[in-house]
Design a binder for this molecule. Structure first.
Ligand SMILES: CC(C)(COP(=O)(O)OP(=O)(O)OC[C@H]1O[C@@H](n2cnc3c(N)ncnc32)[C@H](O)[C@@H]1OP(=O)(O)O)[C@@H](O)C(=O)NCCC(=O)NCCS
Length: 191
C-alpha cells in the first residue's frame, strides 16, 4: 500500500483472530450483510436504509481510495468480511485519523481493539506521524470505550457538532501521541 513520500503500510496484517486485507469488489455482499443492520450505522454517516447498491458503491470507494490520503483494510474472519479499519493521513500535520466498523454479531469480543491496535502499531512503526486521532459521537459509548482501551486520551468535547438522521449530537475527540504509544503495554494488542 503506497503512501506517497511516506513509507508504505502493509496490504495485509494478521492478528490472532482476524485477517486485515484490501477490499475487493467481490466483498459487496459481505458488507451488505453487516451494514444493512441500522445499529451499525447509528453513529456513522451512511445512508439508511442501507441497500445492496450502496454496498457496491462502498466497496468501490474503498478499492479506489488513494492510499496517499486514506489507507483502508477489510476485516476478514473465516473468509467473510465483517468490518473495516481506516486511517486518514495528514502529511502536513504528521497525523493519522482512525476509523472503524464491525458487524454487530461480533460486538463485545474485543475484536476491534485487536484490529485497531495492529493498525496503530503499523502507523507509528512505519509513518513519521507524531499523533493518532479519532472522533466519535458522545453517545457511541462502545466506540469511546474501544478508543480508551487502545490507550487514546479524550481531548475535547464538541457540543452539538454532529447531525445525522435528524439527531444533533455532541462529538468527542481522542488523541494518542507517539510517546504515549511507546509506553503502551504490549498486552494492548492481545485479544
Ligand atoms: C464501535 C464498535 C467497533 C465496537 O465494537 P466492539 O469491539 O464489539 O466493542 P464492545 O462491544 O467490546 O464494547 C466496547 C466496550 O464498550 C462497553 N460498552 C458497550 N456498551 C456499553 C454501554 N451501553 N455503556 C457503557 N459501556 C458500554 C463494553 O463493555 C466494552 O468495554 P469493556 O471491554 O471494557 O467491557 C462497534 O460497536 C461498531 O462497529 N459500531 C458501529 C460503527 C461505529 O460506530 N464505528 C465507530 C465510529 S467512531
Amino acid at each position: 500500500m503506497t503512501t506517497g513520500d511516506w513509507p508504505p503500510l502493509p496490504e495485509t496484517i494478521h492478528t490472532p483472530r482476524l485477517l486485515l486485507r484490501q477490499f475487493s469488489l467481490a466483498d459487496a455482499e459481505d458488507v451488505f450483510a453487516y451494514r444493512r443492520d441500522p445499529e451499525v450505522g447509528r453513529f456513522i454517516p451512511f445512508r439508511q436504509p442501507f441497500e445492496r447498491r450502496h454496498a457496491d458503491v462502498f466497496v468501490a470507494t474503498q478499492v479506489l481510495a488513494d492510499p496517499c490520503e486514506r489507507c483502508v483494510w477489510a476485516l476478514e474472519q473465516k473468509g467473510q468480511v465483517v468490518g473495516g479499519v481506516s486511517l486518514e493521513l495528514d502529511r502536513r500535520m504528521a497525523r493519522a485519523e482512525l476509523g472503524y466498523e464491525l458487524a454487530r454479531w461480533l460486538w463485545g469480543r474485543g475484536l476491534m481493539v485487536e484490529a485497531a491496535s495492529a493498525v496503530i502499531d503499523q502507523a507509528f512503526d512505519r509513518l513519521p506521524i507524531i499523533k493518532l486521532t479519532a472522533t466519535a459521537t458522545a453517545p457511541n459509548v462502545r466506540s469511546t470505550r474501544v478508543l480508551e482501551k487502545l490507550g487514546m486520551r479524550r481531548e475535547a468535547l464538541l457540543r452539538q457538532h454532529w447531525v445525522h438522521e435528524g439527531r444533533v449530537l455532541d462529538e468527542v475527540r481522542y488523541g494518542l501521541l507517539r510517546e504515549e504509544w511507546k509506553e503502551l503495554p504490549a498486552a494492548n494488542s492481545e485479544p
